[in-house]
Design a protein around this ligand. Structure first.
Ligand SMILES: [Zn+2]
Length: 231
């Protein structure tokens, strides 16, 4: 099965059973009022693997392996950028995990505004407006600020394989709610949450993979292309 089809089937199922309503509801119609210049963006963002090259990255919005079945604009490399403070905190999380034989794999961090707008356009064009009203696709995401990250755990005792978190990333079902897990899956979610919170991240209850981080001062939105590296 084509991966994109698989995402759509899962998405349709989630909508049919009454999808969770994330916090960004109602915000989808209004884009960010201010977007930082590219030069400002490159001074504020950092590549997480430049801080810790042992962090695994799989920037899935730059591939067809996401709910739109196509790479989104603004993703031109398998890289994850975050606000520098956030990337530094994530590197500290990685250090804690690596001492116990575990590590991080990151699916998304900073998300270009153009990618977010393309998600909104896709939802309208394909008649998936429940995604907009339900808050899954929003014109304003903390990812656009480089202050949110989607990730999971890998186990280096088995070659860096992803652990079983109960659902795949971007699975908008009740099972994706952090508190829904049991048994081993619950232990993994608890471990991830504990190490992330120890370094200042906040867990988002409706998505086990989504964490955010607060920084002091201005938090502009960005639209630089992932992979351009300030050229
Ligand atoms: Zn997220």
């Amino acid at each position: 099965m084509i991966v994109g089809q698989w995402f759509r089937v899962r998405l349709a199922m989630a909508l049919a059973v009454g999808m969770a309503v994330p916090l960004q509801s109602q915000a989808w119609a209004e884009p960010w009022p201010v977007i930082a210049s590219d030069s400002v963006a490159w001074t504020l963002l950092a590549d997480v693997r430049a801080l810790d090259s042992t962090i695994e990255v799989e920037a899935r919005y730059g591939t067809p392996e996401n709910f739109t079945s196509a790479p989104l604009p603004g993703y031109e490399a398998n890289r994850i950028y975050l606000r520098r403070e956030v990337a530094e905190a994530l590197a500290r999380v990685q250090k804690r995990l690596m001492s116990g034989g575990m590590g991080l794999k990151v699916f998304d961090g900073y998300r270009p505004v153009r990618a977010t707008l393309a998600m909104v356009e896709w939802a309208k064009r394909t008649d998936n407006t429940a995604l907009l009203t339900g808050g899954f696709v929003s014109s304003k995401s903390r990812h656009n600020l480089g202050l949110a990250v989607d990730l999971t755990l890998v186990d280096w005792s088995v070659g860096g394989r992803e652990v079983d978190m109960g659902t795949p990333w971007d699975s908008f079902t009740d099972q994706a709610h952090w508190a829904s897990a049991t048994g081993r899956t619950k232990k993994y979610r608890e471990l991830l949450r504990r190490v992330m919170e120890e370094e200042g991240f906040k867990q988002y209850e409706q998505e086990w993979w989504h964490y955010s981080y607060d920084v002091v001062g201005e938090t502009p939105a960005f639209d630089v292309v992932v992979g351009e590296e300030g050229r």
